[in-house]
Ligand binder design. Structure first.
Ligand code: HEC
Length: 152
């Protein structure tokens, strides 16, 4: 078995990710339907108009978050609020073999929260309109902080 892995040229982390992916199947019917819906959309984001720092973070996101499923899954998901991204990124980082460091996780968070505030603005505004005042304020503060950090 060890020889097979060596022959395939897989790193331990990549092999673990494959095993983890197999171990995570099958998904419950509801999750399965949801992820299939998410995966139907585009598998890339047009980052040409985004600031350089966000473009760099997109590279980390597209490398790390396409290891176990299509990148279209997060790209077309219903998640848009910074807090939702924080929760899902942590969940993905905890999956065995994800190979996502804390530093990578932060860059991925900045990308997804920034991208949602631009590309998913309508969805984000609708969600925030229904959110409790405190959550809405926290989200708006975080989004402002990200734009102050990255926009020129
Ligand atoms: C080690 C494998 C692995 C990696 C790496 C990974 N994912 Fe996932 N992802 C999964 C699995 C398995 C599911 C199925 C549902 C679940 O377990 O949450 C999933 C589901 C999802 C979902 C749908 C969750 C839902 O229930 O609606 C999103 C969004 C998502 N991933 C985003 C990401 C992002 C963003 C990254 C990069 C930070 C990432 N994934 C990296 C394995 C992975």
């Amino acid at each position: 078995m060890r020889t097979d892995i060596a022959v395939l040229g897989l790193t331990i982390a990549a092999a673990a990710a494959l095993i983890a992916r197999a171990a995570d199947e099958p998904l419950d019917a509801e999750t399965k339907a949801r992820v299939e819906r998410f995966e139907k959309g585009p598998a890339t984001v047009d980052v040409s108009k985004y600031p350089d720092g966000i473009k760099e973070n997109y590279e980390v996101f597209s490398t790390k978050c396409s290891q176990c499923h299509k990148l279209s899954r997060p790209i077309n998901s219903d998640y848009a609020i910074p807090e939702e991204w924080s929760r899902y990124i942590k969940r993905m980082m905890r999956k065995p073999g994800s190979g996502i460091s804390t530093g990578d996780g932060k860059k991925i968070f900045d990308f997804l929260a920034y991208d949602s505030s631009v590309r998913k603005k309508k969805m984000l505004d609708e969600k925030l309109a229904k959110a409790p005042a405190e959550e809405k304020k926290a989200a708006e503060d975080k989004i402002k902080e990200l734009h102050d950090k990255y926009d020129k």
